[in-house]
Write a protein that binds this ligand. Sequence first.
Ligand code: E4P
Length: 213
Amino acid sequence: MEFLLDSANPEEIKQAWNMGVIAGITTNPSLVAKEGRGFHQLLEELIEIVDGPISAEVIALDTTGMLTEARELAAMHPHIVVKIPMTEDGLKAVKILSAEGIKTNVTLIFSAVQALLAARAGATYVSPFLGRLDDIGENGLLLLDDICEIFGVHGLETKVIAASIRNPVHVTEAARLGADYATVPFKVLRQLFKHPLTEAGIDKFLADWQKLK
Ligand code: E4P
């Protein structure tokens, strides 16, 4: 499993990129809105930082509008992956974009059959949202397990991105279940580095070293 950062904040993205562990980033309209500036201008900045896939979402809800936005986004850089919502119009757009060689990430996946449909439409990636299912009392990891199993059984090439990650347990379990990627918020990415015994171990080694003097 590879890591993506779920962020549109250039400072966070620079820091995460320099940590050397992320392969790319995912954004969404809410994350972009937090940055308070033009979408394309922001994307230009992110393209300079990230040498890997950058998911950027369309706003239109109809196929024609999605195609227009998707082609504009994809023309910005080969790393752009166009994020399309899981709807009938969305999958029609995915089919056409896939034939044009434009990479897509079908987002807001909450059931295994939605993921299967998206894969059959030619999605490059699907993004099941774990945390939002947990938020309503369901189990996001069970959904991820189903999707990974179904994609394995049918030999589907579409990559699975575990999304809406809330904590390090989501990340460990996503890796165990066979997700291709986990897209993690910056706060969770930093949590992944830490363990109290690592910190205690460093303190002890340094304390023992000082005794040499
Ligand atoms: C996925 O690509 C989405 O940007 C994201 O993971 C949504 O997460 P949230 O439920 O924390 O908003």
